[in-house]
Write a protein that binds this ligand. Structure first.
Ligand code: NAD
Length: 343
């Protein structure tokens, strides 16, 4: 029997390609794990009428964690209304903290002068506007509810401060729109400030999302740890991915108290599906976050170093990196290069 059982969601669009790359890397590390593909995704919905089948849930409940490729969600307004697989898993498994590090990597072309960024977005992952409580009041009026609970605000604030302490960071910034969304974001701010009293060793502050959004462009080095609600975190983390050089570089983890799911920030990029073109780095770095979660720090370090070597060399050798890094490599070739540098 293997040490770890990992449920694998291959995903839709380019998902199976990037998951294939991450699994290739993980398997070549010698990690003692069984990887079990499960029936989940838009394809599963089309085939079985459920985006996560009963047998998939069974495997999930027997696993240490999930490694998830991006999944497609049909856009609202059309015929199909299917809840996002990612949101469903986050809510049902109570994976309340979405951790999205923004870290610059040498050799990667970036759009700003900031080449040494290192901050983390901690996004509340189960409540807020993504709770999915929406109504059609009439043919002419629709409503979406933004739900915050004391438990939700407390635990995400605590998670942010604990992460800051663990990673020896200095400051935790709460991002809200409490001047306008006074009841919900006012509530969140009060709870955040109360939790902060337990962390006198850390600076804390709260700023509004519009200013935060400007800082993402003008002075992203302002941030250290960001704590924010679901929608704001989603939007800000794609901006943070842009700062790192694009969505192909940005990993993520969905953390609960006793389970976790690892997935890139990016979606299924369906227009590139079948071309082996999209960057596998975000998915491979999400696997690195998984390795750390499992306590396999040495293997995690080995993989991350190999990724960094390829990215650095890719600045001058365009044959080993993908199109988004101005390269010509397929994701299979880029993964080969990463695996070679782990040996
Ligand atoms: P997307 O992240 O899939 O792609 C947007 C663009 O970013 C792409 O067209 C591409 O230019 C670039 N990109 C994305 N991944 C890349 C990679 N690995 N390498 C290089 N470039 C990359 O976002 P979208 O087009 O808005 O959404 C497509 C689908 O993905 C939708 O169905 C959406 O619901 C879904 N989605 C899923 C998740 C998830 O599974 N967690 C997250 C976001 C979006």
């Amino acid at each position: 029997m293997s040490k770890y059982k990992i449920a694998v969601i291959e995903g839709d669009g380019t998902g199976p390609e990037v998951i294939g790359c991450a699994l290739r890397v993980l398997k070549s590390t010698g990690l003692d794990a069984e990887f079990i593909p499960i029936e989940a995704g838009y394809w599963a919905y089309q085939k079985f009428g459920k985006q996560v089948t009963d047998s998939a849930w069974e495997i999930i409940h027997e696993s240490n964690c999930i490694l998830k490729g991006p999944t497609t969600t049909p856009t609202g307004g059309g015929e199909t209304r299917m809840k996002s697989v990612a949101v469903m898993l986050r809510q049902k498994l109570d994976l309340y903290a979405n951790v999205r590090p923004c870290k610059s990597r040498a050799g990667v072309p970036v759009p700003t002068k900031f080449t040494d960024l290192d901050f983390v977005i901690v996004r509340e992952n189960t409540e807020g506007l993504y709770k999915g409580i929406e109504y059609e009041m009439s043919e002419d009026e629709v409503v979406s509810l933004r739900v915050f609970t004391r438990k939700g605000c407390e635990r995400i604030s605590r998670f942010g401060f604990e992460l800051a302490r663990r990673e020896k960071r200095k400051k935790v910034t709460l991002i809200t729109k409490a001047n306008i969304l006074q009841i919900t974001d006012g509530f969140f701010t009060n709870i955040f400030n109360k939790v902060a009293e337990n962390y006198p060793d850390l600076e804390h502050e709260d700023i509004f999302v519009d200013r935060a959004n400007m800082y993402m462009i003008t002075r992203p080095d302002y941030f250290d740890v960001i704590v924010t609600s679901n929608l704001f975190g989603d939007v800000l983390s794609d901006a943070a991915a842009g700062l790192m050089g694009g969505l192909g570089l940005a990993p993520g983890a969905n953390m609960g108290d006793s389970f976790a799911m690892f997935e890139a920030v990016h979606g299924s990029a369906p227009r590139y599906a079948g071309q082996n073109k999209v960057n596998p780095t975000a998915m491979i770095l999400s696997a690195v976050m998984m390795l750390k979660y499992l306590g396999e720090n040495k293997i995690a370090e080995k993989v991350e170093k190999a990724v960094d070597k390829v990215l650095l060399e890719g600045a001058t050798n365009k044959e080993i990196v993908t199109y988004d890094l101005d390269g010509t490599a397929t994701n299979i070739k880029m993964t080969d290069e990463i695996v070679k540098r782990m040996e």
